[in-house]
Every structure is written in C-alpha cells, then in structure tokens.
Design a protein around this ligand. Structure first.
Ligand code: ADP
Length: 599
C-alpha cells in the first residue's frame, strides 16, 4: 500500500467526515469502552480459578464460599454482557450511520458538481453514461467503506489488541513477549495475502461488470436477437463471459482459504506457545503465576489475535479506496470541466444571433465547422440545410453555448455569448431536437420541465397547442400516464408542448418532425406557425415543405457555408441546394403526386 496515497486519502475524506465529528468521537469512546469490556472475561476467570482453588484446598467444602464465588462470577459476567450488548449496538449503529451519511454527501456532491460540467465532458470517450455511473458508484462505495475502516474498524482493532498485550505484559513479561512476537508474523502474512489477491479482486470486479453489461445488452437487443434467431450465439457469448469470471472467482477463493488456514494455524501455534510457557511457569512456581493465570493469558491472547484476523479485510477496503477514490475526488475537485458563464443578463431579449468566422473542433479532434458566418434575425425563420454530417446540429450546439468555438465570435443581441450568463441565455432559447429526452415520469411532469412554475391549466393549454391534448385524454390515466410509454411522435409533441410552456424568444428546431406521420407533421407545422410570431426561429429539416417557408437559408457542406439567401434565390443559383431540393422532390414522387392532386 502506498503511504503517501493513504495520507492524501485520509485528508480528503476528513473534509466529508468533519460535519459528523461528534458521531466519530462518540463511536470512538464507545469503541474504547467495548475494548475494555472485552478483557473482563479473562480477568474474571483468572480470579475465579484461583478463588476456586483456595476453596478446594480446604478439607471440608464450604458451601457458603462456593456459592459466593459462583454468584459473583455470574453477576459480573452477565452484567458485562448486558453492558457490552448496549455498547456494541450503539457503536455499530453510529458507525454505520456515519458511513451512510458520508456516502450520501459524496453522491450528492458529485452529482451537483458534474451537473455544472460542460457538454464536452459528457461526450468525451470514457464518460459514457454506464461507465461514468459505475465509476461514481464504485468510488462512493469504496470511499465510504474507507471511512468505516479508518474511524470505526482500525481503532478497536488496535485498542483491543494493545490493551490485551499490556495486561499480558503486566502479568508476566515473558508471556507478553511471546504474544508480541506473533503479531508481526501475522501482519506479514496478512500483507502477503492482500498483495497476492489484489489482482484477482480487481479481475472479479471487472468480470462482474462485463457480465451485467452483457445481460443488459441482451435485454436491450431482444427484438434483433429474436428476429435473426441468434439466441444460441448470445447464450454462447454469455457462457464465455461467465466462465472466465467463475474461474477467477474459484482461484481467488482458493488462495483466500489457503491464507485463512495459514493464519488459523499460526494463531493456534501462538496459543500453544502461551499454554506451554504459562504451564511451565506455574510448574516451577514462578512468582505471581497461578493456575488461573494460564486461562487468563490464553484468553488475552485470543483478544490479541482475533482483531488482527480482520486486518486483511480492512487492508482490502483501504486498497480499493486508494484505487477508486482517485477518480471520485478527480470529479469532485476538478474545475477544468466546469462550464464557463458570464454575468450579462438583460431584462429584455430580442433574439438576434450573429456568427462571425467561426471554426470549431469537437474534443475528439473532428473539425466540424470552417469559417462559418451567419446572421439570424428576430421575427424570421432561418433554415439550415445540408446533408447529414454537414455541421447543422453543431451550429445549434454553439448557439446554445454547449461548446465554444476555436476561433471567431458569436454574438447574441450584439453581446458576445461568452459574456452572457449561460443560464439566462438558455432560458431564452427553446430547443426541440431530433430525439427529445423524455424523463421517467408522467406526461404532465415532462411538460412542466419547460417551466416548473407553470400551472395545470398552462400544461393543458400547451398540450392543446402541440396537438397532444386529445390523444392524452384518451389514455386511462390522462396526463398522469407515463411519458415513456408514448409513441415517438407523441413524445415529440411532449417536447413541443414543453417549448410552448417555456415561451422562449428563440426557437431552435432540429428536425422536429422527423419521427412524425404526415398528419401530425401538418398539425405541428400549424402550431409552430402560431408560436413563431415575433420570435427567432431556426429550423433544421430534411422536409423541403418546411424549408421553403423560411425567410433565410444557409446551406452547409462539410462544415462550410456554401450558399445563403432567400429560398427562391438560392434555388435559382443552382448548386448544392438545388441538388438537395430536386432529389427531395423526386424521392417524394412529386410529379405523380401533382398528377393525383390535379385529377
Ligand atoms: P448534421 O447536424 O449536419 O447532420 P453534425 O453537426 O451532427 O451534422 O455533425 C458534423 C460533424 O461533427 C460530423 O462529422 C459528426 O460526425 C461530428 N460530430 C457531431 N457530434 C459530435 C460529437 N459529440 N463529438 C465528435 N464529433 C461529433
């Protein structure tokens, strides 16, 4: 174990334990009391055996002395057990309480902190949802376990062992010495055990993750597996993952049992040595050594070795914490990923964007925009057109401050967006994306996400504007139905209702009708026409019907603006836009449709 790391870990943990310092102090005092109580049995037995011996040596058995001895033994032992039960209850409860509270604080703090991180953090590889979650989880669990080890486990282990050793030394120096010599051997074996088993433990953790990931994959892709009849293959794959985990588990267990046996054997050797030595001392009439002292030392030695038996568990916990807490504290203390914000937050927002010579590269190195310039005016519809991957969504990401340009400037209402308060800017930008995130919750809760202060009536109105109301009312639970059960198109309308309730100055629609049928598209178009009055609308769409309505058009190709202007003018220029437009019309079979309509 790395001592520097341990010291650093203790320091970091201390900050989270400080709020519960009284809990720590109380637990430690109880621990001390428990350790003292643990020695009572040995003391009682020592006295009892000697007292019984004295009674025994008299020619006539004195019932009075005998019953007095038995009464005192029972009273002391029972009283001690009762007290120990109460002390242990509170010691365990307070210790556990502290672990749970610290664990909660760590989880809350890490969630609070990563919520402030910029988008780039979440799209960096290694930070995908599942992986990030399991790293946080492992970090929190292992760190709070370390809290327990530091403050609850290590101390009783040492106090009890040290107290027992002191009593042994006080009774007889040589017996104390023998017990003391066993301790370092024990520590050494524990150390070897932990080191030998470390790789196995890490492997088992990874293996368990692989198994659950693979089960998750199967459940998620059930329709594909079934339609291609790939059950057998999936089963084989699962068997492979399970088998390698099983082998590792078995070999690790084997090692662990070997060490448990070795330590048990060492402990017995210690006990035998103590018995031989004390018996010898009694036989040679060594001053202070009586038959009672044999029992006394044997019991005390058990108090020395028993806590040390748990040493390897604590060692493992601390090792885990050293490995996994690094990551957790990286997240907790990291500032480089925190989103930047300015302080400009005017009362009135018009919704005018000006993008000037912007270059942009994603964190993974993909250069998505080259020298892009555009003006997006309030009260007008601006459409971004281009093939898939041209950079349209990237422009939107930059306007909403999800990412920052490499070079160039973006101004909102004439002020560079870096200077804007990020939350205030987003308060005035409404985003409807291709895949709108629906949360686990009711339809009403999902719509309210657009404005938590809105009333139930506002929700109903927004649902009507988004042509969602009638469909929701047909569901048995109406607006209390789970939003996750809605169809793709209905979920899209929840997102649009959210926009109505948010009522922002700027509306950005990134293929809002991509997953809707024709009737729904027309209805949505009508409601969007209503909402866009007096606002800035930016629309990305493959639907030429929506593009021709735009006041201004920017055609993107491989991250560059290649054409711009009014739709009609741009079409007449020819070029990329005409190609896309004509291909769209052909794919819709526009000639035939016109024929049908004419007839
Ligand atoms: P469009 O919206 O026009 O289909 P995008 O703006 O989504 O195109 O993508 C532009 C380019 O940026 C593509 O090459 C795409 O692969 C890349 N890209 C998009 N999002 C990310 C991301 N989060 N990380 C890295 N590259 C990305």
């Amino acid at each position: 174990m790395n001592n520097m790391g341990l010291w650093k870990l203790l320091n970091r943990i201390l900050r989270y334990v400080m709020p519960y310092r009284w809990l720590v102090v109380t637990t430690l005092l109880l621990t001390l009391l428990g350790s003292i109580l643990a020695q009572v049995n040995a003391l009682v037995l020592d006295r009892a055996v000697d007292a019984i011996n004295v009674v025994n040596q008299q020619p006539q058995l004195s019932w009075k002395s005998a019953s007095r001895i038995l009464l005192v033994i029972s009273a002391v032992l029972l009283g001690k057990e009762l007290l120990a039960a109460v002390v242990n209850f509170f010691r365990r409860y307070y210790g556990e309480r502290m672990r749970i509270l610290v664990s909660r604080d760590l989880s809350l703090q890490v969630v609070k902190h990563i919520l402030t991180f910029k988008m780039a953090f979440f799209t960096t590889s290694g930070n995908e949802a599942g992986r990030l979650q399991s790293r946080i989880d492992k970090g929190v669990t292992s760190t709070s376990k370390a809290v327990n080890s530091f403050f609850i486990d290590i101390l009783p282990l040492f106090t009890s062992a040290v107290l027992a050793l002191i009593l042994m030394f006080a009774a007889n120096f040589y017996v104390g010495l023998v017990a003391l010599c066993i301790v370092p051997i024990y520590f050494y074996v524990t150390y070897i055990q932990a080191e030998r088993m470390r790789a196995g433990r890490k492997g088992i953790f990874d293996g368990q993750q692989a198994v659950s990931q693979s089960i998750l994959n199967i459940i998620e892709s059930i329709p594909v597996i079934k339609s291609f009849n790939r059950e057998e293959i999936e089963h084989e794959r699962q068997k492979y993952v399970q088998d390698s985990l099983t082998n590792l588990q078995l070999s690790t267990r084997k090692k662990s049992y070997f060490f448990t046996g070795l330590k048990g054997f060492l402990e017995q050797i210690g006990t035998v040595l103590v018995i031989i030595l004390t018996a010898y001392l009694v036989l040679i009439d060594y001053p202070g050594m009586t038959i009672g002292k044999i029992m006394y030392h044997v019991m005390l030695f058990a108090n020395v070795s028993a806590p040390i038996r748990q040493l390897h568990r604590i060692y493992d916990d601390l090792n885990d914490a050293l490995i996994y807490s690094e990551e957790l504290f990286g997240l907790l203390e990291g500032t480089e990923d925190v989103e930047q914000t300015g302080d400009y937050h005017p009362e009135k927002v018009t919704g005018h964007f000006e993008v000037k010579n912007v270059d942009f590269t994603y964190p993974n190195g993909v250069k998505a925009l080259h020298d892009v310039s555009m003006v997006i005016e309030p009260g007008k519809i601006t459409a971004l057109v281009g093939m898939s991957g041209a950079g349209k969504s990237t422009v939107v990401n930059l306007l909403d401050k999800f990412y920052h340009p490499d070079s160039g400037t973006i101004c909102f209402d004439g002020v560079p967006i870096d200077k804007w308060n990020t939350q205030w800017l987003r308060e005035h930008v409404g985003l409807v994306m291709q895949k709108n995130h629906i949360f686990d919750g009711s339809i009403e809760e999902n719509i309210l996400y657009g404005n938590p202060k809105a009333t139930h009536e506002d929700v109903l109105r927004a649902a009507k504007q988004a042509f969602l109301y009638d469909q929701v009312m047909e569901l048995p639970e109406g607006f209390n139905s789970s939003a996750l059960r809605l169809s793709g198109g209905q979920q899209q309308r929840v997102a649009i209702a959210r926009l109505f309730i948010k009522d922002p100055a700027v509306i950005i629609l990134d293929e809002p009708t991509a997953s809707l049928d024709a009737i729904a598209t027309e209805q949505i178009k009508a409601s969007l026409d209503a909402i866009k009055q007096g606002r800035t609308v930016i629309i990305i769409s493959h639907n030429i019907g929506q593009i021709v309505d735009a006041d201004q058009l920017y055609v993107l190709e491989q991250g560059r603006v290649v054409q711009s202007g009014k739709p009609m003018e741009v079409y007449q220029q020819g070029g990329r836009y005409k190609e896309i437009f004509d291909a769209s019309a052909r794919s819709m079979n526009a000639d035939k449709i016109a024929e049908v309509l004419d007839n």
